[in-house]
Design a protein around this ligand. Structure first.
Ligand code: GAR
Length: 211
């Protein structure tokens, strides 16, 4: 897998968040400030109130806000974001709790360089409310998926997955908390695999990502 580097030699991330940004924090703690050779070059949000923006500012990371309402349509919104990510020389775009779908034109700008974190074992329970949907369904096992983003909703090639057991007395909040614990480990690990050039697509079946 190809990667480009800026003059610092660091692998540069653009992280997109919509809310709390606890996964952004795990990237900051374990990679950005962890001597990994990986840095967060830019944090973008669609939501001015996102606490993730504050986390970035505290860590001295540049931020940008792109509210949907400021643009004529989704395509214009995403192209402006892509321009900003390019200006910061981003090697990989990480959707870490970013709650908008990105457009095909955005993906074309970063081929096989956009990954997403999702709180279920895909292809089960895609969409906006996977933890609630999993509980409502009565599933006994769920988990976390990190995957490349394609033009579908939560359908791209899977990089890493880990299961989380659902207990009888779980609530949405208690399950979310255990899922978060796994996410905070799995997402940085997936980023390290990509940054280290340790992933490749199976030529016979590009849905299969080999580590
Ligand atoms: C995470 O659980 C992530 O998997 C989920 O949003 C949460 C963000 O938490 N993403 C999705 O549901 C995407 N469909 P955070 O803001 O604390 O990192």
């Amino acid at each position: 897998m190809n990667r480009t580097e800026d003059t610092t030699g660091l692998f540069r991330l653009g992280v997109l968040v919509s809310g709390s940004g606890s996964n952004l924090q795990s990237i900051i703690d374990s990679l950005h400030e962890g001597g990994s050779g990986i840095e967060v070059a830019l944090v973008i949000s669609d939501n001015l109130q996102a606490y993730g923006l504050k986390r970035a500012t505290i860590a001295g990371i540049p931020t940008a806000v792109f509210p949907l309402g400021d643009f004529a349509d989704r395509a214009a919104h995403d192209l402006a974001m892509a321009d900003e990510l390019d200006r910061h020389g981003v090697d990989l775009v990480v959707l870490a709790g970013y709650m908008l779908l990105v457009t095909p034109a955005f993906l074309k700008r970063f081929p096989r360089r956009v990954i997403n974190l999702h709180p279920s074992l895909l292809p089960a329970f895609p969409g906006d409310t996977p933890i609630e949907d999993t509980m409502d369904y009565g599933a006994r096992v769920t988990g976390v998926t990190v995957h490349f983003v394609d033009e579908g909703t939560d359908t791209g090639p899977i990089i890493l997955q880990e299961a989380v057991e659902i207990k009888y007395n779980d609530t949405v909040d208690s399950l979310r908390e255990r899922i978060h614990t796994v996410e905070h480990r799995l997402l940085p690990r997936a980023i390290e695999l990509i940054a280290g050039g340790r992933l490749r697509f199976d030529e016979d079946n590009p849905r299969r990502v080999l580590a």
